[in-house]
Design a protein around this ligand. Structure first.
Ligand code: CP
Length: 309
């Protein structure tokens, strides 16, 4: 069995192109499995996985849980809001107590950048980053790239514009790393105040004018304005953001070209995307969600090695 170059999935930055290609090939097989009447395989029987979430999540948590169950793993779910973290227990104590129950893998979402990397240094279990603060969201970037590959047949040479709140986005950083490793061209677009100062050092194109970004790209990956991470105002009002950076049907129709529209969710409908765009035939937002299960199955399967061997 082929394996990844690391026993953990902490970020896309640490992965090689061949790791990404192996994940995609494995996800192709699992996508076929989850479209069968019997959607379950015994690949991770006898493996126990803990989903440890210190932040809210709909898609990522459910998608990991479903991926684990489709692979026949035993699954436990931890949510910090209803846990002894509220009584002052540390992250490491919490995870060590979970591991003492004979857990093999930990999927962690945490508001602090680097929390999964810290755990990986201190525990023996496989660690999977399900989003660490504003740092990385590797499985989101994998499912995004996989969805572009599925829609356009390849990633090499495809022009992807990542639009919106780049400053607070772990999705943006992981997507930039993944797309560049896979040969796509990447542009970021948003108001200057929502673009990190270091962004040009990553080798991406930068565009402040949304029309120019849309005229350039094949794919627009539109990000949510993350008001919960904004302690100061980065633009005068939501209404003005929508006026200058919101994508609506009228704007897309005026381009005289077809663009694939993506969004990692959750969408602020009527802010970064109008409903007639989010629900249009050009949007692959639900394909992204569907592909997330196959991608996470592939990641968990490859990290676990071959427990059935
Ligand atoms: N895309 C994403 O991470 O969504 P959730 O926050 O709902 O998991």
């Amino acid at each position: 069995m082929q394996s990844l170059s690391s026993k953990n999935l902490l970020g896309i930055k640490e992965l090689h192109r061949k790791d990404l290609e192996l994940i995609f090939e494995t996800a192709d097989s699992f996508k076929e499995v989850i479209n069968r009447p019997i959607k379950k395989v015994p690949s991770l029987r006898d493996i126990t996985i803990a989903n440890v979430f210190f932040e809210n999540s709909t898609r990522t948590r459910l998608s990991f849980e479903l991926a684990e169950k489709r692979l026949s793993a035993d699954v436990i779910n931890f949510s910090s809001s209803s846990s002894s973290v509220k009584k002052g227990e540390t992250l490491l104590d919490t995870v060590n107590n979970i591991l003492a129950m004979k857990v093999d893998m930990v999927v962690i979402r945490h508001p602090s950048p680097g929390a999964p990397h810290f755990l990986a240094k201190h525990v023996n279990a496989n660690i999977v980053n399900a989003g660490d603060g504003t740092h990385e969201h590797p499985t989101q970037a994998l499912l995004d790239s996989y969805s572009i590959r599925e829609k356009h047949g390849a990633l090499e040479g495809i022009k992807v514009a990542i639009i919106g709140d780049i400053l607070h986005s772990r999705v943006a950083l992981s997507n930039i790393f993944a797309l560049q490793k896979l040969g796509s061209q990447v542009m970021v677009c948003g108001p200057n105040t929502l673009l990190p100062k270091y962004i040009r050092e990553l080798g991406v194109q930068v565009e402040l004018d949304i029309r120019k970004a849309l005229e350039w790209c094949d794919v627009a990956n539109v990000l949510r304005i993350q008001l919960e991470r904004q302690k100061i105002k980065y633009f005068p009002s939501i209404r003005e953001y929508t006026l200058y950076y919101g994508i609506n049907k009228k704007l897309l129709d005026s381009l005289n070209k077809e663009i694939t529209i993506m969004h990692p969710g959750p969408i602020n409908r009527g802010v970064e995307l109008s409903s007639d765009v989010a629900d249009s035939e050009h949007a692959i937002i639900m394909d992204q969600v569907e592909n997330g299960v196959a991608i996470r199955m592939a990641v968990l399967y490859l990290l676990a090695g071959d427990p059935q061997a």
